[in-house]
Ligand binder design. Structure first.
Ligand code: AMP
Ligand code: MG
Length: 407
């Protein structure tokens, strides 16, 4: 593969061409899954007051120093504080107050003892039979974070936990990345719509569905999807129409060396600049990356495994970077390979696998696939097994790198 682009070089070219899209302010309730594009600051101490961690009684811990099973310390019971209350009165020496989990401790109190080990005498006084250390069962004000702290940087995906954090600090509206609009074009004379019964020599278009799912997971919205035959005029027309309303165009098929592979000439005809058209990878070698203005265009080889590999290695990072995400690549791990697989030297190979954890050990089972596409075989893939460029075989029991596929 002398002179052919490596995967990292190709990805660098892609990332370099991506101009991050705009941001928008949206309702915080709709922000889950989006890429955060502002700094999250705490607008108050958290917790905002000294907070009881248990149901029990609050008092001065020091006063229980001499407590013993036979010599209880007796404190005067003086009412209660529920969650949502705010005690104005300072607790005086010799007093204990009933307190509920999550409620603010009164000034003066510095410990809470659990209700289960408290004795309430018939006259209402509180008996403590063991010393209680200062600070017990109380989370001090600002223990988690102080007001004004910088909590999260732009570029994080809004997970449920981050959504909760945004809610805690009053972000009723949130600045997020605009959703990239993605157009899909499946090329090939063999393709028919899903609702049709394929005639002789035909197959149903499955790439559109796969890509639509990958695109959504990556934060994008599919704004158009078309099937075109292997016809120059039709392909040019479809590309022009797609680029009208999309930020990103994903074509599948039509990029190999066959007589009917018309994607590249069609892209050139439409004024797109092709930045690379071959990458030292297997499968997915004829992957094409082009731009027209700020619009990003990927020509993915048609077979379903190549589509997935090329999408995950190039198009997904482009979409994440477009949204201003910090983390653009899929997570990687190492796992024990459960069966022998062949690599494709000198190209780096990515092969479908099923990751599982057994006895605390990550194991990756290679899935049957016929080199190109094998949808039935790869249906259970949740990872891609990476076989390095110079490796011809990974033996069963060998530790190997994997790329996790979002599910
Ligand atoms: P191509 O990259 O156009 O040479 O396509 C390679 C192979 O991928 C074709 O022979 C088809 O079997 C398969 N293929 C291409 N496009 C699709 C599609 N949209 N859905 C399912 N399979 C496809
Ligand atoms: Mg084709």
């Amino acid at each position: 593969m002398q002179g052919m682009l490596g995967i990292e070089e190709a990805l660098a070219i892609v990332i370099d061409r991506v101009r991050p899209g705009d941001t928008e302010r949206i309702d915080g309730d709709l922000a889950s899954g989006r890429v955060l594009r502002e700094v999250v600051l705490s607008d108050q101490d958290m917790p905002p007051f000294d907070r009881a961690r248990m149901d029990g009684h609050a008092f001065r811990g020091m006063e229980t120093a001499g407590a013993a099973p036979t010599v209880p310390v007796r404190l005067a019971g003086v009412g209660e504080i529920a969650a949502g209350d705010f005690p104005e009165r300072e607790l005086r020496p010799g007093e204990a107050i009933r307190i509920m989990t999550g409620a603010p401790g009164p000034r003066g109190a510095d410990a809470v003892e659990r209700i289960e080990v408290i004795e309430v005498a018939s006259d209402g006084s509180i008996l403590i039979r063991e010393p209680v250390t200062v600070g017990k069962n109380i989370t001090p004000r600002a223990f988690e974070v102080a007001a004004g702290a910088r909590l999260v940087e732009p570029g994080e995906k809004v997970t449920p936990a981050l959504a909760a954090l945004l809610a805690t600090f009053g972000y009723s509206r949130v600045e997020v990345a605009v959703t990239p609009r993605v157009a899909l074009i499946s090329t090939g004379n063999e393709l028919v719509e899903v609702a049709e019964r394929p005639g002789p020599g035909k197959i149903r278009d499955s790439n559109t569905r796969a890509l639509a799912g990958y695109v959504r997971e990556a934060g994008g919205e599919v704004v158009s999807a078309a099937i075109v035959g292997d016809d120059f005029g039709a392909t040019v027309k479809a590309i022009e129409a797609a680029l009208e309303s999309a930020d990103l165009l994903l074509l599948s098929g039509g990029v190999s060396m066959g007589d009917y592979d018309l994607v590249k000439p069609s892209l050139r005809h439409c004024g797109a600049v092709i930045h690379f058209e071959r990458v030292a990878m297997h499968p997915g070698k004829p992957t094409v990356f082009a731009t027209r203005g700020d619009k990003l265009i990927f020509g993915l080889p048609g077979n379903p495994v190549s589509v997935a590999v090329a999408f995950f290695l190039f198009a997904r990072p482009a979409m994440r970077h477009w949204q201003g995400a910090t983390q653009v690549e899929l997570p990687r791990a190492r796992a024990l390979c459960t069966a022998r697989i062949k690599g494709a030297p000198p190209r780096r190979s990515h092969q479908p696998g099923r990751l599982s954890i057994e006895d605390g050990q990550a194991r990756i089972a290679p899935l049957r696939w016929s080199g190109s596409g094998d949808l039935v075989g790869i249906m259970n893939a949740n990872a891609m097994i990476v076989v390095p460029e110079q490796t011809s075989v990974v033996e069963a029991g060998q530790l190997t790198e994997i790329v996790l596929i979002p599910q």
